[in-house]
Design a protein around this ligand. Structure first.
Ligand SMILES: Cc1cc2nc3c(=O)[nH]c(=O)nc-3n(C[C@H](O)[C@H](O)[C@H](O)COP(=O)(O)O)c2cc1C
Length: 327
């Protein structure tokens, strides 16, 4: 089970908080990729967001009931339960761990590999990628700013030239961000990617737990309807997020303007102002994607939303993508 080659996974469904639950993960890992088009396998990755260890334990148990194929678990580097979550993964012999929201340092990579799992991390520059290779990483995801969810500022096409073209022979590199068609997948593979990671293309899958109202809303949206929401003043630290523009986005900017006003008026200090805006999105992704609150929820989505035009099963999505390839 654990004799795993990351290069086998041509199509990864990236972890999506609240969306990548055991059903979606298992459906992706169970999907059969049509033969002939680059072959390979699909990989589902569990999102753990703010999960506590017992919740992760239960979620992994559910995945194992639904599939005997390889799956991954996405761990957030700054989780307060990080070490305990790694231990849960170790107990379950999780085959692949994706380390997110952190630059994976040597100790963290070694800690994960000591559980027997393969360790995949995100790189945002060639130097960081090279350090990760030196530190023993098993695979690297490069994710451009077209992607849904938390994003950096560099586009996929630039990351490919900077990182993929230099390191694809040394380490498996998975390209993510803005990919929504089979033809693009095919081109990424031809350019040296070991696989691709898609998120947005799977949010409206039948097996996705997203609220039906939100699925219908996503299906109508296009790339131009997404925006990157970040800080309006460098005094605040806000990790930029790509979402579908809605009332919450406008309210967030108003909240920041109010925090700046309060700070300048001496009503709150810089920390207080930061707290005012930090609490804004708390619980909002759940409200958006699980409860279908289209106005005030966070509706994370990438520019590849343009390619989401119907509700399909995971197997149908995979087949649609593969049928678009011409080898
Ligand atoms: C709703 C949503 C939630 C996401 N949550 C996470 C997450 O918890 N951890 C993570 O590493 N990436 C997260 N991502 C990023 C995806 O795993 C994936 O890399 C990205 O969606 C790929 O780009 P695409 O949206 O253009 O397909 C999220 C993306 C979306 C759309």
């Amino acid at each position: 089970m654990r004799d795993i080659n990351i290069r086998d996974f041509k199509l990864v469904c990236g972890a999506m908080s609240w969306v990548s639950n055991p059903s979606l993960v298992a459906a992706v890992s169970n999907a059969k990729l049509p033969e002939g088009n680059g072959n390979g396998r699909a990989l589902g990755v569990l999102a753990t967001g703010a999960m506590k260890p017992d919740e992760l334990n239960e979620a992994i148990g559910q995945i194992k009931q639904k599939t005997s194929n390889t799956y991954g678990v996405n761990l957030i580097g700054m989780s307060p339960y990080y070490d305990e979550l790694v231990e849960v993964c170790a107990n379950h012999q999780v085959p692949i761990i994706v380390l997110a929201a952190t630059v994976p340092r040597r100790e963290k990579i070694e800690q994960i590999k000591a559980t027997g799992a393969k360790c995949i991390g995100f790189a945002t520059s060639l130097r960081i990628a090279q350090d990760m290779v030196k530190n023993g990483i098993d695979g690297i995801i490069i994710e451009g700013s077209e992607a849904g969810g938390h994003v950096g500022s560099i586009a996929t096409i630039v990351l490919m030239q900077e990182i993929l073209f230099h390191l694809s022979n040394e380490v498996p590199i998975i390209v993510a961000g803005g990919i929504g068609s089979g033809k693009m997948i095919q081109h990424c593979l031809k350019m040296g990617a070991s696989g691709v990671q898609l998120g947005t293309r799977f949010v409206c899958a039948v097996e996705s737990p997203m609220h039906e109202t939100a699925k219908e809303f996503y299906i109508k949206k296009q790339a131009k309807d997404t925006v990157v929401v970040g800080a309006i003043d460098p005094v605040f630290s806000v990790i930029p997020v790509r979402v579908i523009r809605n009332k919450a986005v406008d309210d967030f900017y108003a909240k920041q303007r109010e925090a700046i006003r309060a700070m300048n008026a001496g009503e709150v200090d810089a920390h207080g102002a930061q707290m005012m805006i930090e609490s804004f999105w708390s619980g909002s992704l759940r409200r958006g994607v699980l409860e279908g609150d289209l106005e005030y929820g966070s509706l994370m989505a990438g520019q590849s939303i343009s390619f989401v035009d119907s509700k399909q099963t995971v197997q149908e999505i995979v087949e649609t993508l593969y049928n678009q390839m011409v080898w």
